[in-house]
Design a protein around this ligand. Structure first.
Ligand SMILES: Nc1ncnc2c1ncn2[C@@H]1O[C@H](COP(=O)(O)OP(=O)(O)OP(=O)(O)O)[C@@H](O)[C@H]1O
Ligand SMILES: [Mg+2]
Length: 414
């Protein structure tokens, strides 16, 4: 009899309800028992609890999916310890999440040649008091003409926090008077002024998960629960390939297994405008039709990482990207080469071979699962957490109908 070993996957969660319930449900139904290197490997999934820990105490997980390290310090420090002390595979790289704001991602991708719109950073309108603040500003802060910066960027432009998220503090600005008024109100926030991609004829959000990628159409003018457009994005193959190369390049560059990239198309060019989302929305209440894709991507990547004892890359290793950036090749060619590095770093080939060999029934199991009462309860739980009581039934049915549409489309596509 082959030795049996158990790989443990830890889910480190905050407000997430729907995808973890589906993740657990699918894994349970798969009931995996894989023959790997002379062993029989089984999988266990647990929710990570928050409690005191000794820095040298062993971690019981092979893989941790973290969704709170970007705002909850004890967990952020625990996952760092789990990587450096225990070799745990943690999504996403916590150091990179902590330090790579929107700002760094814009600057780095500009260097790689991505058509990020012109962006300036301006010092804040006001400050919290600090001991050395006044002397520093008196000596070194130059008076500047905000109007001149606005003219250099060009109108319309967006004023938005350099480290933003969730549309907080984002405003569209059409002229100098509006720019001055918005700056007056911006308080202590450090802001970017970014040239608007305006008009645009398509807004897409690409989602990368390890080597996996998909793209959705996005409608920023729709109410929150309908911003992702249901149904396949219907992009030409070359556009899809370009967005995939962009998203996976960003993810590999910053050590994020999981991230989304928003891009606006103008005159045939996709301009990425927001791609520092290392904990992107994973809720059925915003992803609806696309939710099963996401859950499936979570499960496959988790099982692959745990089964193969995937190693965390200890460094981000940017030089291979910069080497390509320095060549004279046209941007699309450079991007193709960045994409190759990214796919190699995410072990695309090994991942695909693993799925083909060890998860042959996965698509069917997942499709069946998304028709069960267990899946519907997961949808309801998330709706109940977000919507007023009198809307819970209506919106549960609404999102459930979109998931069922996905099941029909998925069955037809295979
Ligand atoms: N340069 C731009 N050109 C056109 N539209 C823009 C630009 N920058 C931002 N926007 C609009 O403002 C919205 C919010 O901007 P952005 O995505 O950068 O902020 P965010 O706070 O990270 O938002 P979220 O977390 O919801 O993605 C975008 O979805 C888009 O509709
Ligand atoms: Mg955004």
């Amino acid at each position: 009899m082959a030795k049996t070993s158990v790989r443990r996957i830890g889910l480190s969660l905050g407000a997430d309800l729907c995808w973890p319930a589906c993740f657990e449900g699918i894994l349970r139904r798969l009931d995996l028992s894989l023959r790997l290197g002379g062993e029989t490997v089984r999988f266990d999934v647990e929710r990570v609890t928050i409690e005191p820990f000794a820095l040298d105490q062993p971690v019981r997980y092979d893989v941790v999916f973290d969704r709170i390290a970007h705002w909850y310090a004890p967990t952020r420090e625990w996952v760092k310890k789990a990587i450096v002390h225990d070799d745990t595979y943690v999504l996403n790289n916590p150091w990179s999440i902590q330090s790579m704001e929107k700002h760094t991602t814009y600057a780095a991708m500009m260097r790689l040649g991505f058509p990020v719109p012109a962006t300036w950073l301006v010092p804040p309108k006001s400050y919290e008091p600090k001991d050395d603040l006044q002397v520093t500003l008196r000596r070194y802060a130059r008076l500047f003409d905000l109007g001149e910066v606005g003219r250099k960027v060009g109108y319309p432009l967006f004023m938005k926090p350099y480290d933003g998220g969730a549309w907080v503090g984002v405003s569209k600005i059409d002229d100098e008077a509006a720019l001055r008024a918005a700056y007056e109100k911006s308080g202590t926030r450090v802001m970017h002024l970014q040239k608007a991609v305006s008009p645009f004829d398509l807004f897409v959000r690409g989602l990368g998960f390890g080597a996996q990628f998909t793209a959705f159409r996005y409608d920023p003018s729709a109410p929150l629960h309908a911003r992702y457009v249901a149904g396949p994005a219907g992009l030409p193959a070359e556009d899809f390939a370009l967005l995939r190369d962009m998203t996976l390049t960003i993810n590999a560059f910053f050590g994020w297994d999981f991230n989304s990239c928003e891009a606006l198309r103008q005159a045939g060019v996709y301009h990425p405008i927001d791609f520092a989302n290392a904990c992107p929305d994973s809720q059925v209440t915003s992803l609806h039709y696309h939710f099963p894709w996401l859950v499936k991507a979570y499960v496959k990547w988790a099982v692959f990482c745990a089964a193969t004892r995937r190693k965390k890359r200890p460094t981000l290793d940017w030089e291979p990207f910069f080497e390509i950036a320095r060549t004279d090749a046209p941007f699309r060619e450079k991007l193709r080469r960045y994409g190759e590095i990214a796919r190699a770093r995410f072990d695309e080939r090994a991942f695909e071979a693993f799925c083909a060999e060890h998860l042959p029934t996965f698509d069917e199991v997942a499709r069946d699962f998304f028709g069960t009462d267990e899946a519907k309860q997961a949808v309801r739980a998330k709706v109940a957490a977000l919507f007023p009581a009198h809307e819970v039934e209506e919106f549960t049915e609404h999102f459930w109908a979109q998931v069922q549409q996905w099941r029909r489309d998925d069955a037809a596509a295979r």
